[in-house]
Design a protein around this ligand. Structure first.
Ligand code: SF4
Ligand code: SF4
Length: 368
């Protein structure tokens, strides 16, 4: 479909949210417990207007400013996988009396995500490869993903931990989305330039009779995203990285990292691409009802590598090596893509500030 652009004022934006909600359950960024998290949103008042975040290794702080921007923050501790691949999900249940197995269903209306950043679009595509495109597609994921409506946001700011430009995943949104928003602030004038990518998005917004943006608005939106790309603080060279990591299983740096790593698994929980899970069977006290649940797991957990007789990866060094090598190297062999999209979450939310770009670079350069 030919790209179409529109310009929204704040009233139009409110009407856009209303029209999306007439067809979808709408989720977007909001502030809770001093962080930007993804929750159900109903109006623009639910969005983190004026909030900005300060991120560094092991650091995440939110600050309220006078800015009218709704998307002046970047990514927080949660990612969209919480909806597409929930942290805990019932797969089926069975009753002894009927011996009938009931597959769990997706009860909700189709979902719409508001505020999906370019790195998050890339992360969803990575998870699509894992859950939808393999030989064993996951029916739960597949159904939710097929119905999904995506309102992306082009980032006009980045945190000190973002490195999407190094991973070719941003800050401009490419790939699969329905609408992409770019906020433009010119003095007191705040507008949102909207790119329409899909036919269903065009049909959805047609009743709103939105205005065409002026050439100045289009140029300002482009400039804001390009400037963000140019000024992104963190960069990371991935040239030769796959081979370096795959050829360095005994590098002394792994033990050095293990002196700091707490095996807390935070990095895998916040990562938008990590997909490991375990299945747990439960029964109630009567023994008449049984359930099977799937829940997120992590390669940082000792039991994760258990095969009869014991765990394969007993040391912290071996578990960190597994995570980093899988993410940045072996993922290419498995899925034809990197497992990292440069969102920086694992750096911000590591309690001891371990920085994967620093560690991977050290191994690549042979530093101890
Ligand atoms: S490895 Fe870290 S920076 Fe890369 S996608 Fe996962 S959380 Fe983001
Ligand atoms: S690298 Fe950091 S976040 Fe990941 S397990 Fe170790 S201490 Fe936790």
């Amino acid at each position: 479909m030919k790209e179409t652009l529109y310009s929204l004022d704040i009233g139009d934006f409110e009407r856009l949210l209303t029209v999306i909600q007439s067809h979808f359950e709408l989720y977007g960024p909001t502030v809770r417990d001093s962080a930007v998290v993804y929750e159900k949103v109903e109006t623009t008042r639910d969005l983190p207007q004026g909030w900005v975040d300060d991120q560094a290794p092991g650091r995440y702080r939110l600050e309220k400013t006078d800015s009218p921007l709704f998307f002046g923050h970047v990514v927080g501790p949660q990612s969209w996988k919480k909806y597409l691949f929930p942290a805990r999900e019932q797969l089926w249940s069975v009753k002894k009396e009927s011996a009938q197995v009931k597959r769990s269903a997706n009860p909700q209306k189709p979902m719409a995500f508001l505020g999906v950043r370019s790195c998050e679009l890339a992360a969803i595509e990575v998870q699509d490869k894992v859950f939808s495109h393999g030989t064993q597609p996951d029916a739960f994921y597949h159904r939710r993903r097929n119905d999904l409506f995506i309102v992306a946001v082009n980032c006009t700011t980045s945190s000190r931990n973002c490195f999407c430009t190094s991973m070719n995943s941003g800050p401009k949104c490419n790939g699969n989305f329905d609408l992409a928003l770019t906020e433009v602030l010119d003095g007191a004038i705040h507008r949102i330039v909207v790119e329409v990518k899909s036919k269903r998005a065009q049909d959805l917004i047609a009743p709103l009779h939105l205005k065409t943006p002026s050439p100045a608005e289009i140029a300002a939106a482009q400039h804001a995203v390009e400037e963000n790309a140019k000024t992104m603080a963190r960069s990371f060279s991935t040239e030769g990285l796959k081979e370096s990591l795959q050829n360095s299983p005994d590098h002394p740096r792994w033990n050095k990292i293990a002196e700091r790593c707490l095996d807390c698994a935070n990095c895998t929980m916040v990562c938008p691409t990590c997909f490991c899970s375990s299945t747990v069977d439960t029964t109630d006290l009567t023994g008449d009802n049984a359930e099977r649940w799937r829940q997120w797991d992590s390669c940082f957990n000792l039991e994760f590598s258990y095969i009869h007789g014991g765990e394969i990866r007993k040391s912290t060094a071996s578990r960190y090596r597994q995570w980093l090598t899988h993410k940045l190297a072996n993922w290419w062999d498995q899925f034809g893509t990197s497992g990292c999209v440069g969102c920086g979450r694992c750096i911000s939310w590591c309690p001891v500030g371990i920085d994967l770009t620093e560690e991977a670079t050290a191994i690549q350069e042979g530093q101890e």
